[in-house]
Design a protein around this ligand. Structure first.
Ligand code: SF4
Length: 255
């Protein structure tokens, strides 16, 4: 069973706190395992596969039950059903890095769509382009990160270019966008490089690029208000579709 089942960290109902769909209600499928190590990771519990995952039993009640991993798709569908999918806008598939389990995800997404007619929103580090290509036809929304060098990851510019190209070529995605987390350590030069990279790939779509001030963690702080305004101004002069949006779920003490 394990080779055909997903390693999951959490399944729960919550409010989307980032990007253009801010405020919608989603069922979150958080997969475990990540091949990156961002300095400001806010989900350290999902970095490694764990023998157990936590599953909310009733929508929004936070009555989590620990369930043995991996989770087969029959159990997955039943857990989703318990959370009243019709009251949700979509399913958010996040992590960890969800594309590490892309092959298995295909089956789960197909079943999910058959059963609940649910849009699917993928949140990814934006580096696993081959895996994205294999499932892009099943996705409705993609939120991709660009990991700038000061995030603490390896240099991923080439991966991000290819990932962005897959999104740009998709004819089935409803929308996709790019997220750049910024901290007090972020250099304007690396943000300019990221914006130039995005601009160099664009043909006939202009995705929004979100600057997300880091939610304070591990002693890492967001930019000062003045610095953030200055970064925004400089980047707007390069590309007009840049917005500043913090993680709103953290501001309202939501998961
Ligand atoms: S990609 Fe996401 S889950 Fe992985 S280390 Fe970075 S913030 Fe954490």
């Amino acid at each position: 069973m394990s080779k055909k089942s997903l390693f999951v960290s959490e399944i729960y109902s919550a409010i989307q706190g980032e990007g253009p769909l801010l405020g919608i209600r989603q069922i979150f499928l958080r997969l475990s395992g990540c091949d990156l190590r961002c300095k400001w990771c806010d989900t350290p519990e999902s970095l490694q596969r764990s023998p157990l995952c936590s599953v909310e039993q009733k929508m929004g009640e936070r009555n989590f039950k620990m369930i043995q991993n991996p989770i087969n798709y029959e159990s997955f569908i039943s857990f989703v059903n318990n959370l009243v999918p019709k009251l949700h806008h979509s399913m958010s598939i996040t992590g960890g890095e969800p594309l590490l389990q892309a092959e298995l995800l295909k089956t789960y997404i197909i079943k999910l769509k058959e059963q609940f007619k649910f849009p699917v929103y993928l949140e990814s580090g934006g580096h696993r382009h081959d895996e994205l290509s294999s499932i892009i036809h099943l996705l409705d929304y993609v939120s991709m990160d660009i990991k700038i060098p000061s995030s603490g990851t390896a240099v991923l510019w080439e991966n991000h270019k290819k990932f962005l190209d897959v999104c740009l070529k998709s004819e089935s995605l409803i929308d996709f966008w790019i997220k750049l987390v910024v901290s007090e350590e972020t250099l304007l030069d690396e943000l300019v490089y990221a914006v130039d990279l995005v601009k160099s790939r664009l043909i006939n779509k202009s995705p929004i690029l979100f600057l997300q001030p880091v939610t304070q963690i591990n002693g890492i702080k967001p930019p000062t208000p003045c610095n953030l305004l200055n970064i925004h101004k400089e980047l707007l002069s390069l590309y007009p579709h840049i917005r500043v949006v913090p993680q709103v779920h953290s501001l309202i003490s939501q998961k």
